[in-house]
Design a protein around this ligand. Sequence first.
Ligand code: MN
Ligand code: MN
Length: 470
Amino acid sequence: MLKEGNNKVDEMKEKLFINRKNGVLKLDERQIEKADEFCEDYKKFLNNVKTEREAVSYVIELATQAGFEEFDINKKYNPGAKIYYVNRDKSIITAIIGRKGTKEGIKIAVAHIDSPRLDLKPNPLYEKSELALLKTHYYGGIKKYQWTTIPLSLHGVIVKKDGTLIKVCIGEDESDPVFCVTDLLPHLAKEQMAKTMQKGIEGEKLNVLVGSRPFKSDEGSELVKLNIMKILNEKYGIVESDFISAELELVPSFPARDLGLDRSMIGSYGHDDRVCAYPALKAMLDFEGVPENTILTILADKEETGSDGNTGMNSSFFRYFIADLANMDGEHYRHVLSKSKCLSADVNAAFDPTYSEQYEDNNSCYINQGAVITKYTGSGGKYSTSDACAEFMAYIRNYLEEEGILWQTGELGKVDAGGGGTIARYMANLNVDVVDLGVPVLSMHAPFEIVSKIDVYMTYRAVKSFFKIK
Ligand code: MN
Ligand code: MN
């Protein structure tokens, strides 16, 4: 029964209401220090890894240092064995074999390592009015106007006909040149400014400036393009047709920075979803001892374009890998999946006071309130999403509270404001219990996204505990 007293209302509220006190005030100083420390390494990850391929090579390095070895289907793995499995250099699974193996299901954390960006078209290089430019095709959901007049770097691979793979990374080192999409000056933008923001910058206007000096010759045309091709040929040994077998991505060239006078936040390109991929990976690498059930961290490609394709989570590569693990234990993979639990580690839209009209304040997530649990995403009448079972939600909130992890819930904006999806539904469609858990982000999908250091750390702790608990 509730106690009588002078502060009866306050007491009742404390007992009956959700505690909405600022997350920072709920934490002791040590937790905040640990969050700040954790984020120093996270910033290194952000600055070393800007594409899915770079993420995979970096993760292989970290995993190898932590004693993980590449999965070999012909090997027998004992409890405690640490393995990784790479799919086409663009997605990677790390795992520790549990005491019970796959028999009672597995624990999965899945995040994605692709981010919105500008991809080069297969035939990108052209010259116009004596400037050399590259044609791009944007990847993922972007507000196109945000990608003009910012310094861009070029990352990716070129594979020559003979299979030789050339790694490209130009624009990250301070001595490197950078690239840029130009925009019209305001003085001449009367017509452009009258357009909607969707039409103000169109996809075919996202052309990237890469050169202006012609190859020295008194005759011939396309001399600026020729000069650029000459530079590329000298540097990489490529010819124009090699662009056809390349994956080249333009991303913001600036590094991650502390944000705010109190340094409480980080501004960076590509928090979505490296801000969950890194904590999910670290939770795996830092795992001590042998887990009860086999644990997996999946870092997937192609989430930003709907998870289709053979490196996305809607492909069979994940199922096949689970089948291989299950076979080793004499299990069928469908029984393993049906008993498995998954955290889909992805971001949610943090409440933005400047655009408060697009959020419903009771059901939004907030900077500094910890890891956000998103029961469902989707759009309209809960279309195209997984809606986590109440039973699974209870399991999740119980362990988060038991482990003293700062957490909150959030919907993606107001009903009918728009919507979006994550990997959760592809896991759910495999009959896995799954819910989204991740970091609130301000300015999501912009070239410079913002997160709170405390929320990043709490996401790490949430995944780490998830791997540990029953
Ligand atoms: Mn995401
Ligand atoms: Mn996204």
